[in-house]
Design a protein around this ligand. Structure first.
Ligand code: NAD
Length: 357
């Protein structure tokens, strides 16, 4: 059956970078149906809501979402539930997107843009899988209260609950083992099992699920050690799986190893391989409509869509290779230009990727 892609360009640089991804998609000339919809501030302008029913209904008929970015300073005064960024939270909730995949790839041509020594990070290629819907961010009870005990009884205290259930851990484990199978069959699970009960359960469920994937080597490390090793020897990892809180921190750390925010794609998946694919950067209103934004994170997000939602790994590899070749030829947008060559525009970068496919 023909696959259907929902394209939600959003705000700021969203439409510009999405045009480049669609240029690549059209060139590939695959048997896919494209449906475009409004989201974020652009949807608020027309429908009075950042994720209108019309968009949600359209997305429900699709196999994957290709997402640009949402947000603009002009919406800062709106109530929280009407702000453009709520669209992403709404989509995560509506489609149960519990697994966030963030590859951190350092193209050797860009190794000098990283704050780490080039010899540590050139050819780095790791994947961080973060559980997205559980953990201390959503655990209850939470709140403020007079402290019932401890060193300062009666003093105001804030409290949160870190919790993970067995099925929540099992489903992210399956996502991670399957992702490891598409790579080097090597998986590192990160927790704090020496201190936290929820981490103790996390570790035992990971080990239990590992029995179903005897071809994948699983190891466990504590989160403090993971942070240290990511900076000391990042290439020792291939796929990392971790909870929401640890993943939030480690995925930002890992993404910065590679040097530029304009290069980093992401995927958020549910258990049916339905996914939302988006660059990790925001809508960059400071450079919107200037034709200078880097479209590569969006183009690489589309590559992930082919890999994880459409089971077309060969197309993903083709796109990633083209991006690699473009960078190797010193074709750069201004944010990643560490060469003596003049920077190219957003449009020219899209054309360059097409030319190298
Ligand atoms: P941002 O990621 O939009 O921009 C941070 C900096 O990086 C800016 O200087 C910007 O010019 C630059 N930048 C970002 N993407 C770039 C690209 N592709 N090419 C070149 N330079 C790029 O973060 P921000 O400025 O904190 O937020 C701007 C808006 O985006 C806010 O409304 C925020 O809420 C929203 N936001 C949306 C998402 C999303 O849609 N998933 C994520 C983060 C922030």
């Amino acid at each position: 059956m023909q696959k259907k892609i929902a394209v939600l360009a959003g705000d700021g640089i969203g439409p510009e970078i999405m045009r480049q991804a669609l240029k690549v998609l059209r060139y590939l000339n695959l048997d896919l149906q494209i449906e475009e919809g409004l989201v974020g501030g652009a949807a608020y302008q027309v429908f009075g809501h950042p994720l209108p029913k019309k968009t949600l209904d359209m997305v429900s008929t699709c196999d994957a979402i290709l997402f640009g970015a949402v947000g603009d300073w002009q919406y800062d005064a709106l109530p929280r539930e009407l702000r453009p960024e709520q669209a992403i939270l709404g989509l995560r909730k509506a489609f149960g997107l519990y697994a966030n995949l963030r590859p951190a790839v350092c193209y050797s041509a860009l190794a000098s843009s990283s704050t780490l020594k080039p010899e540590l990070i050139s050819n780095l290629n790791l994947l961080i899988i973060r559980e997205l819907t559980g953990d201390v961010y959503f655990g209850t009870p939470r709140g403020l209260r007079p402290s019932p005990d401890g060193e300062f009884p009666g003093a105001q205290e804030g409290f949160d609950t870190m919790r993970y259930s067995q099925p929540e851990i099992a489903r992210i484990a399956h996502t991670a083992f399957k992702a490891a199978r598409l790579r080097k069959n090597q998986l590192t699970s990160v927790d704090k099992a020496n201190v936290l009960e929820s981490s103790g359960l996390w570790r035992s469920v990971m080990s239990e699920i590992a029995l179903q994937y005897p071809d994948v080597a699983l190891n466990h490390i504590y989160v403090d050690n993971a942070a240290m090793q990511l900076v000391k020897n990042p290439r020792s990892f291939d796929v990392i799986v971790t909870g929401n809180l640890f993943g939030d921190i480690l995925s930002d750390l890992a993404s910065m190893l590679t040097g530029s925010i304009g290069m980093l794609p992401s995927a958020s998946l549910n258990q049916h391989s339905f996914g939302l694919y988006e660059p990790i950067h925001g809508s960059a209103p400071d450079i919107a409509n200037k034709n200078i934004a880097n479209p590569l994170a969006t183009i690489l997000s589309m590559a992930l869509m082919f890999r994880y939602s459409l089971a077309m790994d060969e197309v993903a590899v083709r796109i990633e290779k083209a991006v690699n070749q473009v960078l190797a030829k010193n074709i750069r947008t201004v944010d990643i230009n560490n060469t003596a060559h003049p920077s190219v525009s957003t449009e020219e970068m899209g054309d360059a990727v097409v030319a190298h496919l």
